[in-house]
Design a protein around this ligand. Structure first.
Ligand code: NAD
Length: 476
């Protein structure tokens, strides 16, 4: 059965269909999904505009009830949703269930936030006048998401958008329509009124472009690559839309001589290779001081040899496949570039498994400098490089010498160095003796420099993007 788009409270077929293939087993068809075109996208935007008249004024109790129930439904179905996620994206079943759980928690958090909506009452500089500051929804929000977190990223955009009274047109990534579809289905079951959330599956160049061109869309929240994000920002700003972008990373993990070796290796392997390295927060640059460098590299290789790379659904698998052939080609290409630049590559081999899929062993590139392309450009796969530095000062300089600024980590026993790093790292998120990836759901997420643009996502900070402030002066 072809799963359809959801527009104005109706399931709607498209003229074409996309086939969702399991990257662990390319013979396994996860599902078939109808593709929306520009006309359907326009209908979805109109439906959202229409629904905004009532949803923007809906009682907070109604918003709480729906978001909280959606959270409960996701949590009750986390095993099934996690399996769907693993099948369509390729992260391991445990990672898939973890991500589905996070999506449920996000909905419950924003259910609570609906009840906690507040403003400010401030004294006026003029006698006898009162000033009130309130938050109101922004209107129709277009949400454009990537393939690597197919349920958590849609959740952390849809939940706050609805919580603060906005209506949504949601476009999941082409490779992973299944989780987006399932999430919308759950929100319908949770009681969301018609038109408040619309699902348009399809290509960025068709559906995405239509969303950006429409004067009836007030804001765009995008997560994806830098190139797409920058193009989206220009179009969004040109048509007066509020815009929020979360993009790539080249996140450093600094390992100092005084670090606990086992912690440094666990943190680095987890940060660099788990979820097949396909995380914007992945530790792709390991910046290691010379006293621990050789021991660290050897221990990393030992740990990597023990990792099981296999079908994402198979018990015992540590790392699933790369998401598709084109991402696999990109990963292999960067490994080759690193080799040609003089890096020494450990791992990074194409693997065959019982089921045919896009399997790649994690790659560690040593003997690199921070000027090499492997340390400057995002690979977005299980590929990490090691940069040897002489001391903490050089490590900090190398960590910050990047156009990105999403997450940065340090492994050290030194309070002095960790405190200095916390203050001087040019990243939006800093981790001490923890992987650069893996974050809580109730606190802000986002970066600096080329990694992000606009207000932070998640936690209470999400209100900055999904609301607009009104200042009211009253003469009683
Ligand atoms: P992508 O930029 O190719 O696509 C992201 C989304 O944009 C997809 O839904 C795609 O269909 C859509 N799109 C493409 N062209 C468009 C256009 N012209 N107009 C409107 N929409 C368009 O990214 P991807 O390959 O899906 O995801 C991988 C990237 O996402 C990586 O660079 C990764 O770092 C980044 N990412 C960032 C974060 C973060 O929070 N910083 C989180 C996850 C992933």
């Amino acid at each position: 059965m072809v799963q359809q788009n959801y527009i104005g409270g109706e399931w709607v077929a498209g003229k074409t269909v996309t086939r969702d293939i399991n990257p662990s087993d390319i013979k396994d068809l996860v599902g078939e999904y109808a593709q929306a075109d520009a006309t359907l996208t326009e209908q979805a935007i109109d439906a959202a505009r229409d629904a905004f008249k009532t949803w923007s004024l809906s009682p907070i109790q109604q918003r709480f009830d729906i978001l909280d129930k959606a959270g409960d439904l996701i949590l009750a179905r986390k095993a099934e949703l996690g399996k769907l996620l693993s099948r369509e994206e390729g992260k391991t079943l445990a990672e898939g269930i973890g991500e589905a759980t996070r999506a449920g928690q996000i909905f419950k958090f924003f259910g609570g936030e609906a009840l906690r909506m507040s403003g400010e009452k401030i004294a006026s500089t003029r006698p006898g006048i009162e000033v009130e500051i309130t938050r109101e929804p922004i209107g129709v929000v277009a949400l454009i998401t990537p393939w690597n977190f197919p349920i958590a990223i849609p959740a952390w955009k849809i939940a706050p958008a609805l919580c603060y009274g906005n209506c949504v047109v949601f476009k999941p990534a082409d490779l992973v329509p299944g989780c987006g579809w399932a999430l919308v289905d759950i929100l319908i079951e949770a009681g969301l009124p018609k038109g408040v959330l619309n699902l348009v599956m399809g290509r960025g160049s068709v559906v995405g472009e239509k969303m950006l061109a429409s004067p009836k869309v007030d804001a765009v929240s995008f997560t994806g690559s830098v190139a797409t994000g920058r193009a989206i920002a220009q179009k969004a700003v040109a048509s007066g839309k509020k815009v929020q972008l979360e993009m790539g990373g080249k996140n450093p993990m600094v390992v100092l001589d005084d670090a606990d070796l086992a912690t440094a290796v666990n943190v680095s392997v987890n940060g660099a290779f788990f979820s097949t390295g396909q995380r914007c927060t992945a530790s792709s640059r390991l910046v290691v001081t010379s006293g621990i460098h050789d021991k660290f590299v050897e221990a990393m290789k030992e740990k990597m040899k023990a990792l099981k790379i296999d079908n994402a659904l198979k018990p015992g698998t540590d790392i699933g496949p790369v998401v598709d052939q084109s991402q696999l080609d990109q990963d292999m290409n960067y490994i080759e570039i690193a080799r040609k630049e003089g890096g020494k590559v450990f791992g990074g081999e194409r693997l065959n498994r019982e089921t045919e899929g896009f399997y790649l062993s994690p790659a560690l590139v040593t003997e690199t400098t921070n000027a090499m392309r492997i340390n400057r450009e995002e690979v977005f796969g299980p590929v990490a490089s090691v940069v040897r530095v002489k001391d903490y000062d050089e490590a900090l300089a190398v960590a910050n010498d990047t156009e990105f600024g999403l997450s940065a980590g340090i492994c050290t026993a030194s309070l002095k160095h960790s405190s200095h790093f916390k203050r001087h790292s040019q990243a939006g998120m800093v981790m001490v003796n923890l992987p650069t990836a893996g974050v809580d759901y109730h606190v802000p997420f986002g970066g600096r420099k080329g990694s992000s643009y606009g207000p932070r996502e998640q936690g209470r900070y999400a209100a900055e993007f999904y609301t607009t402030v009104k200042t009211v002066y009253i003469q009683p």
